[in-house]
Design a protein around this ligand. Structure first.
Ligand code: NDP
Length: 289
């Protein structure tokens, strides 16, 4: 068997086209959706992510503003900036690129965001709403994983989904989304026992462990659908390249469908950030009326 390669770039292009159309409608109503991105420090991977987000925002017509702050920025300074942005009606979405330097508390920063501008969906208000199945900003990566799954799995209801990883930004919100879609959900983590055997029970496997090529064909039930969230930078013959948490060529021999890295989940993350920014702009404009 050779698996279907799930094309995240194509799916993201579709979502971006819809988002761009929505931006046009908002602009016709006199609202220019805007996204402010804050980067603290000079982590090279974060720099690439921020550049990609800003570029994609510009492409769909979202006004994007960057705040690049030095690594020694104090937490007080960052919180004061966020407070000012929270109070600025022309700013609809605020994204603080993670990770932050060690001396800054990520939780303090996330909790300081106005939940209505929290387009990453990390504030506890949005996390709680998602957990309760209420409307909220859904974190962009799991939202993208769900959309890719919906493109290849006709009926999610009743499927057994195994998620490898329990982070706040991927694993836990992914579990909430799949539960909402009526899947039976198992979450695995570094202390779980029999990880491969539990994965082999799954109809759907979402891997967000940050371990290059952790998942091999013997972890996967024939015909399962596999979503690889991992982005790992490895050196191969002296060249840096990206690999996922799944050994693509090996798993492709047993899975029904799987996402490549790059070109799978990554583009969907950015596309959902744009969609969330448009949603934020629409909600805030409705509140003002
Ligand atoms: P974290 O490091 O925050 O979490 C990793 C999770 O995987 C933890 O829950 C950890 O368990 C678990 N884990 C680690 N090793 C194993 C193992 N051998 N078996 C089972 N579970 C394991 O990572 P993130 O969730 O932030 O990111 C995961 C990956 O996804 C990374 O490669 C990251 O770069 C990528 N990523 C990609 C995005 C995209 O747009 N495509 C967006 C966000 C992240 P424990 O909790 O016990 O430590």
């Amino acid at each position: 068997m050779s698996a279907v390669r799930i094309d995240g770039k194509a799916a993201a292009a579709e979502l971006l086209a819809i988002t761009s159309h929505e931006v046009g409608k908002l602009k016709a109503d006199g609202i220019v959706p805007s996204l402010t991105v804050i980067l603290v420090g000079d982590d090279p991977a974060s720099d690439v992510y921020v550049r990609n987000k800003v570029q994609r925002a510009q492409e769909v017509g979202i006004l994007s503003i960057e705040h690049r702050l030095p690594a020694n920025t104090s937490q007080e300074h960052l919180l004061a900036l966020i407070e000012a942005l929270n109070g600025d009606a022309s700013v609809h979405g605020i994204l603080v690129q993670l990770p932050l330097p060690r001396h800054i508390s990520e939780q303090a920063v996330i909790q300081s965001l106005d939940p209505l501008k929290d387009v990453d969906g990390f504030h506890s208000h949005n996390v709680g709403s998602l957990a309760q199945g209420l409307p909220s900003f859904v974190p962009c990566t799991p939202a993208g994983c769900l959309q890719l799954l919906q493109g290849v799995v006709a009926e999610l209801s009743g499927k057994h989904a195994v998620i490898v990883g329990r982070s706040n930004i991927v694993g836990k919100p992914m579990a909430a989304l799949l539960l909402k879609a009526d899947c039976t959900v198992t979450i695995l983590h570094s202390r779980s026992r029999n990880v491969a055997a539990l994965c082999r029970l799954a109809d759907i496997v979402v891997v967000a462990a940050g371990r290059p090529k952790l998942v091999t064909s013997d972890w996967i039930k024939p015909g399962a659908v596999v979503i690889d969230v991992g982005i790992n930078r490895v050196r191969d013959l002296d060249r840096a390249r990206l690999v996922g948490d799944v050994d693509y060529d090996d798993v492709a021999t047993v899975a029904a469908a799987l996402t490549p890295v790059p070109g799978g989940v990554g583009p969907m993350t950015i596309a959902n950030l744009m969609a969330n920014t448009v949603l934020a702009a629409r909600q805030q404009s409705q509140l003002k009326r």
